[in-house]
Design a protein around this ligand. Structure first.
Ligand code: ARG
Length: 460
């Protein structure tokens, strides 16, 4: 037999550069455990169906055990000459156990093998990502609990809008990460069908038992169409879409942390262990981690776009283009997981300057909407109230004062319905505590949400 498992019909060897260019072993070697698990299930099934002898099965199973040990001990030499993880392991098996190894590939193709391995591997990675997401959620809930009463300015257009509680702001991200986890778990459900037995594209002439291999590998069942199973990669696109959305959420949080840590905001300080300095400017403490996480989002989204474009023009069934799938999704998941890990470890050490936040909320006329609401309660139509408060704000800007500092004369001069009692009652505390309904920013609501999240996250 020639060195290549497919070498029979070839007369001259592979071009040397092509050998390296064609290989995917650098990327797919990490799926070795899944490849071995798939081979074990396949061999057992072949034996049960009378396609493989018990003796051959025993040799295959113990051979695969030994190979698994070799890989784990770092003794296995992967070679680009054998292209990918599938052929590396199969060749090694044959080298170790002889003919039985050559029988393993009966009723199987690398096309269903790679689709199976990839689904198995990504299923495990999905679970790890979700676990990291849960950790970040727990950390944020804990911070929200500590800061249920901490008042900060809420922004729209990055301009001071209304006071909010920091707890409320942080819980907004807990909601986003919850939906992210949901997207990953949804993708996992659709991913969890077993392609094994689809063979190259059309199925196989052997009487295989696909239910058996699917069950043994923990799939919910076999895929229903062999062409679909070996040629679609929507499970990867879906995972990359979930990863991209999650990365966008992390990126927005990163952007806020970066802004809040600036000398102009000074709302927070991130722990030294997660920041770096400058080689020239001695005063610098840079928020590298949120910056890098914000940057990773671009790369993860790049993976999604690359995958969509790779598949969009491919005729059924397998095409070599598809080998590009793993690099994109592995890179994206590695970077997303790293980002989540950094946030889970960094956020508990974040220091919050509650006084500065409070001061920022108390300036910039964040209470203006509440003054308009007070006028409405006194019978003024909202549009007129809006106008009156607008004029009051203009007056305060001219006088360089805040709304609550307006005296009776100033109020009456703007509108007789505006009273010193109304402006005097304005405070950022009353603004937040008044928004006491489902989804509102009041400390009481934040506390209720925190305990709901604690219950939910405890059960996971
Ligand atoms: N290394 C290949 C990949 O990642 C495995 C499947 C190859 N199949 C084939 N017919 N060339 O897609």
């Amino acid at each position: 037999m020639s060195e290549k498992p497919w070498g029979g019909r070839f007369e001259s060897p592979t071009n040397e550069f092509v050998e390296a260019f064609n290989a995917s072993i650098d990327v797919d070697a990490r799926m070795y455990a899944e490849d071995i698990a798939g081979s074990r299930a396949h061999a057992r099934m072949l034996c049960q169906q009378g396609i493989l002898s018990q003796e051959d099965l025993d040799a295959i199973l113990s051979g695969l055990d030994e190979i698994s040990g070799e890989i784990e001990r770092g003794e296995f030499e992967f070679t680009i000459a054998l292209e990918d993880v599938h052929m590396n392991i199969e060749s090694r098996l044959t080298a170790r156990i002889g003919d039985a190894g050559k029988r393993l590939h009966t009723a199987r193709s690398r096309n269903d093998q790679v689709a199976t391995d990839t689904r198995l591997y990504l299923r495990g990675r999905t679970d790890t990502i979700v676990a990291h997401l849960r950790k970040v959620q727990r950390v944020l809930v804990e911070l929200a609990d500590r800061h249920a009463d901490t008042i900060m300015p809420g922004f729209t257009h990055l301009q001071t809008a209304q006071p909010v509680t920091l707890g409320h702001h942080l819980l907004a991200y807990v909601e986003m990460f919850e939906r992210d986890a949901g997207r990953f778990l949804d993708a996992r459900t659709r991913m969890n069908r077993c392609p094994l037995g689809s063979a190259a594209l059309a199925g196989t002439t052997f009487a295989i038992d696909r239910e058996m291999t699917a069950a043994e590998l923990g799939f919910d069942g076999p895929t229903a169409n062999s062409l679909d199973a070996v040629s679609d990669r929507d499970f990867i696109m879906e995972l990359l879409a979930a990863a991209s959305i999650c990365a966008v959420h992390l990126s927005r949080l990163s952007e806020e942390l970066i802004l809040w840590m600036s000398a102009q905001f000074r709302f927070i300080d991130l722990p030294d262990a997660f920041c770096t300095g400058s080689s020239i400017m001695p005063q610098k403490k840079n928020p590298d981690m949120p910056e890098l996480v914000r940057g990773k989002a671009g790369r993860i989204i790049g993976g999604l776009v690359a995958m969509l474009i790779t598949v969009k023009g491919l005729p059924l069934a397998y095409n070599k283009d598809m080998q590009e799938d793993k690099g994109a999704v592995f890179d994206a998941l590695d970077n997303l997981q790293g980002s989540l890990r950094v946030f889970g470890d960094m956020l508990p050490g974040m220091r919050v300057n509650t006084e500065i936040m409070h001061k920022a909320a108390a300036s910039g006329f964040a209470t203006a909407t509440d003054l308009a609401d007070a006028l409405v309660r006194a019978g003024v139509p909202f549009r007129e109230a809006h106008e009156i408060v607008g004029k009051s704000v203009a007056y305060c800007i001219r006088e360089a004062i805040e709304l609550h500092m307006m005296d009776a004369g100033a109020c009456a001069a703007i509108d007789p319905r505006l009273t010193a009692a109304m402006v005097g009652a304005l405070s950022v505390e009353s603004c937040v505590s008044a928004r006491n309904h489902i989804g509102g920013t009041a400390p009481a609501q934040v506390r209720a949400q925190v305990s709901a999240w604690q219950n939910r996250l405890e059960q996971l």
